[in-house]
Structures are given as C-alpha cells and as structure tokens.
Design a protein around this ligand. Sequence first.
Ligand code: FES
Ligand code: FE2
Length: 342
Amino acid sequence: MFLRNCWYVAAWSEEVTRTPLARTFLGMPTMLYRAEDGEAVALEDRCCHRNLPLSMGKIEGSDVRCGYHGLKFDRTGRCIEIPGQPQIPPDAKVMRFALVERWGLVWIWPGDPAKADETLLPRWHYLTEPGWSVIKGNDAAPVAMKCNWELNNDNLLDLSHVTYVHPKTLGAHGADQYPVQTDRRPRSVRMIRWMPNVPPIPMWAKYLSSAGNVDRWQITEAELPGHCTVDAGFAPAGESTIDNLREDSPRIRVLLTATPETESTSYLFYAQIRNFGVEDAAFTDRFRRDSRGVFDEDVVILEAQQRANDAMPDAPTIDIRFDAPHLAMRRLVREFAEREKS
Ligand code: FES
Ligand SMILES: [Fe+2]
C-alpha cells in the first residue's frame, strides 16, 4: 500500500548528475538526471518504443537518447526525434514526474503532478540552517533496505527499542520505563517521552565533561508519508520541562525517511544534525563513526521483521502501550490512502 500524492526523497542532490540514475519508486522504474541548466529531471525509465530502460541511454544536452534505436526525449518526456523518420506520433512520450530540489535533497511526487504542492514538504529546513552541523547518512546515499517502508515509521515512533537494539550507544537508562504521549495532528503524529533526572546515554556521556544526571527527551514527529524527525536532547537536571525545553541545550535531530521501492523494499535516507561542536571537524568524524552502527542495527531488525512477516503473514500479533504512536500513524496513512481512491 502506497500513498501516491505525497513527496518522497528520490536522492541526495549530489547523486543526480549528467549520468542517468535508475531507481524504482512505489514500483515504478524511474530515471533521474540533471539537464544542462542544472535542473533535476525524473522520467519514467522506459522507452515508449520497445521499453528499453531510458537509463541505459545517453544524456544529450538536456535530453535523453534511448540506447536501442535512438529515439530522443526532452526533459518533459516528449519524443523529439526518431532516427530515419520525420513524423513523430503524438503519443510518443513517457511520463515525467514532478520534482523539487530542497535542502540538498531531490523530492519526487509519484502521483498526479497537478496536485504536487511544495507546502506539503516536511519541515527539514535544519539541513541548511546556520548553527547546525549536518552529517549526511551513509555518505549521502540511500541504504537499500529489504523491508516495507512503514516498518521504519513503526521503529521511529517507538523508541523504547533503544534499550534492546542499541544498548551500547543509545540504550543505558531504560527509556522503556517512561510512558509516551501521542500527539495526533492533521498530517503527522508525534511521540513524546520525557525522562527527568537520569544518567546521560552512553554515547553522550563520553562527550560530556560533567558526569551528572540530565533531563532527557525523545520526540519523534512522523509527517506523511514517513518523514521522521527525531529530536533527542538533554539538559542539566531540573532546568527544563517537556513543555519548555532549553533552547541552548545540546540537540541532535535525526531526519529519516524510507522511500518505498516496492512493497517489500525501500531506500532509507537519513541525516544527523546537531547544534553543538558545529565547527569541530574531528568531532564530526568521531560522531559519524560512533553513530553509524546505530542505523545498521535498526536495518538488521527491520529486515528480519520483514522476512518473518513474509513467512507468516497471518500469524496473530498483540499490541502493547508503546504502540499507540505508530498505530496512530498507520491509521493516518490509511485515511489518506482512502482519500486518494475517492
Ligand atoms: S526501444 Fe528505445 S528506441 Fe527502440
Ligand atoms: Fe533504532
């Protein structure tokens, strides 16, 4: 099940070049390239003559020439040349998808281009905001995950898993002992957990000079279809409340989204953003190294879950209290899927 009339991350900006890039979004083979003037273009990855993927062809100026019999298409997907034939039939064209490039990411709208609305992009402006240092996940490339895209929403809206999946980096003090609040919004769901007066997590503890307790929070907002912003932070114990977080406290925001490739595979794009040690390149390197394993640990879980779901699709499961935020998100996705049908 997919939502089509939504923005998805197709690529990091630097991945889209003058060489065709083939990716599949929501089951649709797509080719991405950059036109001569720098505009990023996404076309259906299929020649309308005999279906050779256009990504096997060549970019000529701002156009693409099919690598089989040489039909040439412009960036709108219209065929503009058929070698050896002056007439071009009116239906000689391929689909062009709406794209927008924002904050170093290329976003694709797989649904009706007339409905593509830039105000529906998630608020990921931190990627280019001064005062924040950005580490692009997996060296600015997606992680190919062998799992359904919604498992990523489930994972990030229930961070009680950190105690069990990430014990060395994020686990330590049992986040699973603190209740969560679920905040339902028109196009998103927020999960909020407040952990007052606790030891800092292992990863932070080694960066901090003082060893005292902190107030800790985990806030995940998942915006449709699955753009998750995780705000994990801490402040000296007793100086904040969940409704009044200290703005100058060390904040890490992790932006993650799983773009569906097929029903059972997805591209995970992520970035880590922080407001401390911003200019410190050595710290950035260390932080990148320390946290990389965290994402790999999640991928192992989600892929194993997918294999089990495939093997036992009808096996009964139960819900527990920490499921409330991700169940709310699943409901929201289904509400919008129903709306797309009408
Ligand atoms: S398949 Fe593309 S030109 Fe024939
Ligand atoms: Fe995790």
